[in-house]
Design a protein around this ligand. Structure first.
Ligand code: V47
Ligand code: SF4
Length: 387
């Protein structure tokens, strides 16, 4: 290969001489948007190396070698849930309370206070939908956390939880989101999205908020000036068109509001749930998913691999397939993936371990805040000096 060739030219030369894939690859290298059909074609026909080379090029165009992580902790107020998503290994119905937990505000503040003096910047609050934990309860929780630690960014509650609490409190989404924002909610995590397409949604999570409801809550948050993330639960009974349909709905909303920060593909894990008979996706399919996400979601700045679900080495691998964020140094306070079969039974990683993980694959570790403000570049920091 000609050493003087610029990266896109070298990549064009390496593209398959194929009537179908070559024009899509050229379009991506021209930074033009790919269509729904082209997205499906990438899934159907794109080899791992083709998708990976393009996704890595886009990633490096946008972020160079920077790989973001944050320092956060999780609070899961309850695993009692009125809904019955078939893929969920986590929730315990109200009738089985002996297997469930529900934390009081005091207990949750005990968790918050255990991080006093520690350099965390975010708390991620997400859990099941408990019929008794209502809007007033969560508004009080938000106010109490903010009163204790005003600079802690509160990322919390999926549209599944919010839709339920707003309906029970008989407030509109607009009013409910305004109240939550005023009480201290800073941004929304990406959960609850699963697969938007009704053909799949009605089979795996029929009774919770639908696609329009999910999108409306995120749109309302964006209109209030809040940012949010979006997820997609892949690798179960959906097909490639369902995945692209999901991404298309998010890409369109992002065109309108610009309020999404990060897209997070979530790999379906099959332990101890009503879909345990469905095999899990292969690592190759996982990497293809990350790569197509980077290529299709052209208006999402960040693509995140959530390492507690994928495992550390696979998360490292995603950094060559379009991913530029591997979430946080979370401690073992999140149970959702351990219960669904992730090999990460105690998802704890120190800053030094995360930094090392990123450096091992020759990327540049940068600590970020929730909104991707850069806090510290760890490229040259001695690992021994980190806690
Ligand atoms: O919506 C549940 C998923 C999500 C399983 O925004 C499962 O920064 C795989 O959204 N296999 C909640 N996935 C977690 C979530 C999240 C996580 C980390 C960071 C952020 C963020 C958001 O967990 C649910 C659902 O899609 N989930 N069960 C399972 N068996
Ligand atoms: Fe409840 Fe969420 Fe589990 Fe669905 S995924 S059952 S909404 S905890």
């Amino acid at each position: 290969m000609d050493r003087n060739m610029s990266a896109p030219h070298a990549l064009v030369a390496a593209l398959p001489q194929d009537d179908v894939l070559k024009p899509i690859g050229e379009k991506i290298l021209r930074k033009a948007r790919i269509s729904f059909e082209e997205g499906v074609t990438l899934f159907e026909k794109g080899s791992l190396s083709f998708l990976g080379a393009l996704a890595n090029w886009v990633r490096e165009e946008k972020h160079g070698n920077k790989t973001y992580f944050n320092r956060n902790f999780h609070i899961e107020p309850t695993n009692v849930c009125v809904f019955s998503c078939k893929f969920c290994s986590y929730s315990r119905l109200y009738a089985h309370r002996e297997e469930g937990w529900e934390l009081s505000i005091e207990q949750m503040m005990h968790i918050v206070k255990s991080y006093d003096g520690k350099p965390v910047t975010e708390v991620h609050i997400v859990g099941g939908v408990h019929p008794k934990m209502n809007l007033d309860f969560f508004l009080e929780l938000l106010r109490t956390i903010k009163a204790h630690r005003p600079d802690l960014h509160i990322k919390g509650f999926t549209p599944v939880e919010l839709d339920y609490m707003f309906r029970k409190a008989k407030v509109s989404v607009e009013e409910g989101m305004r109240l939550a924002h005023e009480a201290g909610l800073d941004s929304l995590p990406g959960g609850g999205a699963e697969i938007f397409h009704p053909d799949i949604r009605k089979q795996i999570c029929d009774d919770k908020v639908d696609a329009d409801g999910w999108l409306h809550i995120h749109k309302t948050a964006h209109q209030l000036g809040m940012h949010s993330n979006a997820t997609l639960l892949y690798g179960h009974i959906e097909n490639y068109a369902h995945r692209i349909d999901h991404m298309e709905r998010l890409r369109s909303l992002q065109d309108e509001t610009g309020g999404f920060n990060t897209f997070i593909p979530l790999k379906f894990r099959n332990k101890d749930n009503d879909m345990s008979h469905v095999p899990e996706s292969s690592i190759i399919e996982d990497m293809r998913m990350y790569a197509v996400s980077r290529l299709y979601m052209d208006n999402f700045p960040h693509i995140k691999a959530y390492w507690p679900m994928l495992g550390r080495q696979n998360a490292q691998l995603t950094l060559s397939f379009g991913v530029n964020d591997i979430d946080g140094t979370i401690d073992d306070s999140t149970k959702i993936y351990a219960m669904a079969g992730s090999e990460e039974q105690t998802p704890t990683m120190s800053t030094a371990e995360l930094v090392q993980l990123i450096r091992q694959v020759n990327r540049q570790p940068v600590e970020r805040g929730t909104l991707y403000n850069e806090i510290r570049d760890y490229s040259d920091v001695a690992l021994e000096s980190l806690n």
